[in-house]
Write a new protein. Structure first.
Length: 348
């Protein structure tokens, strides 16, 4: 259903921030319909499972999913399969969303909230394209004992060429729509997986002569991200390296409450969520920064609905609200979640 948006608010600040994002989507008057379903601890409470079949069915029917966050300290002692966090892993896998787009750019006026020098922070406008369904996270895992009686553990790092090819294509497509620069991050000096990665990325490059491709080892990339982040346009990398580099990038732009993300299946279906969690320490207090959720809604408009102009409007409205020096507590202000949402609506 091309007009149906599934809203899965989840736990903690999830419902608080998705409420503001939904209001923004409604205000655009695009003829969208919204249906909500419980997920995470909220779903476990009512149905005994963090990802009930009805919630998955809604996600399947919808054009796109707007996700809040899951995680509830009340359920931390549950067995792993029933923990709220299983819901986000389960739904990504169910939807086959293998490409994770994590844009990091600094909004004017937020340089002072960055951990970098203002003149370095000001230049950040990059996107990390992280592979989400493979790598060492999904390879064979095990614990054992060595012949000498020592405890041992292992996780297999593995990619096949199709998995690399499809994420490489997303990387090139993303770069082609931006400044035309793609940096593939690997560890090809040491890892076989990375050598395959590099070979396949270079094969795909033939189809994108307009994109300038470079390769960088992940340790150097970590250093360059804080030394000169303005030099990056699009980064494509595996699941593990992308996980680490994107968390690093988030602090460079001021607050974890500012970073949206999109998990895409390559065919238009997507799951959109702020990169932060349920923040139990501030839940229910109106302190959460809704910008990451609102910017995730903008990504939904752009990537699943093809509503680029509407997405631009939302991003401009966030910039305008921040430009009026409105700040939630994570960025040193005292605006409430609702006040921040109101300001974005006013900006629309
Ligand atoms: P977190 O991201 O929830 O919070 C980390 C810190 O950042 C906290 O001090 C929090 O108050 C602050 N923060 C996060 N989002 C904010 C926002 N929008 N505005 C203002 N401040 C914000 O990470 P944490 O504390 O490690 O995890 C809390 C729960 O969330 C755990 O159960 C964890 O498993 C879960 N989690 C869920 C994720 C998801 O649903 N995709 C992702 C990360 C964590
Ligand atoms: Mg992470």
């Amino acid at each position: 259903d091309s007009t149906l948006i599934a809203i899965l608010p989840g736990d903690g600040i999830g419902p608080e921030v998705t409420r503001e994002a939904r209001r923004v989507l409604e205000a655009l008057d695009l003829g969208l319909r919204f249906e909500e379903a419980p997920v995470g601890g909220a779903a476990y409470r009512t149905s005994g499972h963090p990802l009930p079949p009805e919630t998955l069915a809604l996600a399947d029917r919808a054009a796109a999913v707007l996700f809040g966050a899951v995680g509830d300290p009340a359920f931390d002692s549950l067995e792993r399969a029933l923990r709220p966090e299983q819901a986000i892993l389960g739904i990504r896998k169910h939807l086959g969303t293998f490409a994770n787009l994590r844009p990091a750019r600094i909004f004017p006026g937020l340089e002072d909230a960055s951990t970098l020098k203002p003149e370095v922070a000001r230049a950040i406008d990059l996107v990390i394209v992280r592979e989400l369904n493979g790598d060492v996270y999904f390879g064979a895992k095990g614990r054992g004992t060595t012949p000498a009686g020592k405890r041992e553990g292992h996780d297999l790092m593995r990619y096949d060429e199709d998995e690399v090819r499809r994420i490489a294509r997303v990387g090139f497509e993303t770069a082609a729509k931006r400044r035309g620069k793609l940096c593939s991050v690997d560890k090809a000096n040491v890892l076989e997986t990375s050598q395959l990665w590099r070979d396949v990325v270079m094969e795909v490059a033939v189809d994108y002569p307009q994109v300038e491709l470079t390769h960088m080892y992940v340790d150097n990339a970590a250093m360059q991200l804080v030394r000169n982040p303005g030099a990056f346009d699009t980064i494509v990398t595996g699941n593990l390296f992308g996980d680490i580099l994107s968390d690093q990038a988030s602090m460079c732009v001021g607050s974890i409450g500012m970073l949206p993300s999109a998990a895409l299946d390559g065919a238009g279906k997507g799951l959109y969520e702020p990169i932060h969690g349920s923040a139990p320490d501030i839940a229910g207090q109106g302190k959460a920064n809704p910008c990451a959720a609102i910017l995730s809604a903008a990504m939904l408009l752009r990537h699943s609905l093809g509503q680029d102009a509407a997405a631009d409007r939302v991003e401009a409205a966030v910039a305008a609200a921040l430009g009026r020096e409105l700040r939630t507590p994570d960025m040193g202000g005292d605006a409430t979640t609702a006040a921040m949402g109101e300001a974005v609506l006013a900006g629309l």
